[in-house]
Design a protein around this ligand. Structure first.
Ligand code: GTP
Ligand code: MG
Length: 202
């Protein structure tokens, strides 16, 4: 299958219940991570479309699963952020339930792009998610985002530290630095997605 033209990604729908999702077929890659880590910004960087996913300075903005179509077989899912405490408990519980149901039930889910703020990686929720993904045999690719906030030297150190911390983690885990603002790391991200979207590069 040829690589999708990410710039042609279109918003499909926003769901608050799993049964509103499109048919569970083709390949889906979900973007996951703590609130405010930059999930929506990563999606916009990948698609070169600043207006595609809503970016917000207010954490906890994405409370639904927002689906974006690349072609009729491949989709990206922008998931609600986890770990943000300042929303009413009932709202938080509802969206964490949605998240966990999606992750455990969605058969077409091929991998998780886990976005972390490079200055605050591997928080407790991230570690829980990593452990869960390993148990579920789901691949994870970590983006240490907002690398533009650090000097190259500190960004490289953070990458080394995270790799070292993950050395004994079971499962398929890879990690890279990224900047949704500057676009650094975009090639490595595309290469990983090509693998997941089953793209023949010959
Ligand atoms: N400097 C810098 N800022 C970034 C980067 N990526 C995202 N941001 C900023 O971080 C804030 C949060 O970005 P979002 O993309 O909305 O984060 P999110 O993870 O989707 O947040 P929720 O939907 O609330 O879970 C915004 O102010 C972005 O402009 C980056 O690579 N560099
Ligand atoms: Mg978002």
């Amino acid at each position: 299958m040829p690589a999708p033209d990410y710039t042609r990604a279109t918003f499909l729908l926003s769901v608050a219940e799993l049964d509103q999702l499109p048919a569970d077929e083709g390949i889906e890659v979900a973007i996951i991570g703590r609130s405010n880590a930059g999930k929506s910004s990563v999606l916009n960087q990948l698609t070169q479309n600043a207006k595609l996913a809503r970016v917000s300075k207010t954490p906890g903005r994405t409370q639904h699963i927002n689906l974006f179509g690349l072609d009729d077989q491949r989709r990206l899912a922008d998931l609600p952020g986890y770990g943000y405490a300042k929303v009413p408990l009932a709202v938080k519980q509802r969206w964490q339930q949605l998240l966990s149901n999606y992750l455990s039930e969605r058969q077409c889910l091929r991998g998780l792009l886990m976005v972390m703020d490079i200055r605050h990686p591997l928080k407790p929720f991230d570690l829980e998610m990593l452990a869960w993904a390993a148990e579920s045999q789901l691949a994870i690719h970590i983006l240490l985002n907002k690398a533009d906030k650090l000097t190259q030297q500190f960004a490289a150190k953070s990458l080394r530290d995270v790799k070292a911390a993950l050395a004994t983690t079971p499962g398929e885990v890879s990690v890279q630095t990224f900047s949704a603002s500057k676009g650094s790391g975009a090639k490595a991200l595309r290469d990983k997605l090509a693998e997941w979207f089953d793209i023949c590069t010959e």
